[in-house]
Design a protein around this ligand. Structure first.
Ligand code: GUN
Length: 282
């Protein structure tokens, strides 16, 4: 039986540490979240982020915009947040509605307030192996959780399934920085099972439930499930947990795995940006 990588427990610990640190601050770190439209999953994520910010002792501001808002209006909100010295961190919840130029919106965020690390400044620095102001939340949460359980990355064969800018692409870059050998698969990959059977660690961010069953797992593989799939009103990952747990050495559950880690890293990034900005003022 695999050991469960308890993302919820680690996230709770990190949040409580941040909460203690925040209590010592005269001025609170402040996170602003822009959400456009009514995507049900996004509404829940944003609510959770706001609740967690408040629990941590941070200030938060949620700016909900109608789905038919113009790009110009979204940009104007970002420009105001960029200039507002009380705002330390800006997040634009993705996905944005069709017709909105995501690139233009994200690039408008001042890199020092880019809490997701999604601007080309921060992502470019990440790709080059320089320090971005902050690292993207989900990849950072994955690596933090693996390290918590003393899982070595150096020299390991790691399969990353999915090449999104939010998870697959940045996590593969960060794992290479950790001296892992990374293979990136996507929906066109023809020999996924063979690649999986050759891997020491599998990170699945494909958004396809039951993609990974026991036949993809060699004994001792570490399995990280980043999938969030709604099946009959229940949340499932990409991994058939009940099967895979019998072969893997470590496995993340869904929920209570990478999800809470992502939010904890968002709070940590908010705090890191706050500190960076304080140092610039001093
Ligand atoms: N949508 C799903 N995950 C994320 C994330 O990490 N950041 C943002 N901004 N939107 C998301």
């Amino acid at each position: 039986m695999a050991i469960i990588l308890d993302g919820q427990a680690l996230a709770d610990k990190i949040i409580d540490e941040l909460k203690m640190a925040a209590q010592k601050l005269v001025k609170k770190p402040k996170l602003a979240v822009i959400i456009v439209g009514e995507n049900p999953a996004s509404l829940i994520y944003v609510k959770n982020k706001q609740k967690k910010a408040e629990y941590t002792g941070f200030d938060s501001l949620v700016i909900p915009l109608e789905s038919d808002v113009t790009e110009e209006t979204i940009l104007e909100h970002i420009y105001v947040l960029n200039e507002d010295i009380d705002i330390n961190a800006i997040l634009v919840q993705l996905p944005l509605p069709d017709g909105i130029n995501k690139k233009r919106i994200i690039e408008a965020i001042d890199p020092i307030k880019d809490v997701d690390g999604f601007t080309s400044y921060n992502f470019g620095r990440l790709a080059l192996g320089y320090n971005p102001y902050v690292y993207p939340c989900t990849p950072k949460g994955i690596i933090r959780l693996l390290k918590e359980y003393n899982i070595t990355l150096e020299g390991k064969n790691i399969l990353v399934i999915g090449r999104s800018n939010i998870v697959g692409k940045p996590v593969s870059l960060m794992l290479q920085q950790e001296n892992a050998t990374v293979i990136m698969a996507n929906s066109y990959t023809t020999n996924l099972k063979q690649l999986a059977l050759n891997s020491d660690i599998i990170i699945s961010a494909a958004g396809k439930s039951n993609l990974i069953d026991a036949s993809f797992i060699k004994a001792g593989t570490v399995v990280v499930d980043v999938g969030i799939n709604k099946i009959n009103d229940k949340i499932q990952g990409d991994v058939n947990f009940d099967e895979v747990k019998n072969k893997a050495s470590y496995i993340t559950p869904v929920p209570k795995g990478i999800g809470p880690m992502t939010i904890a890293m968002l709070m940590q990034n908010t705090y890191e940006l706050y500190k960076l900005q304080q140092n610039l003022i001093l």
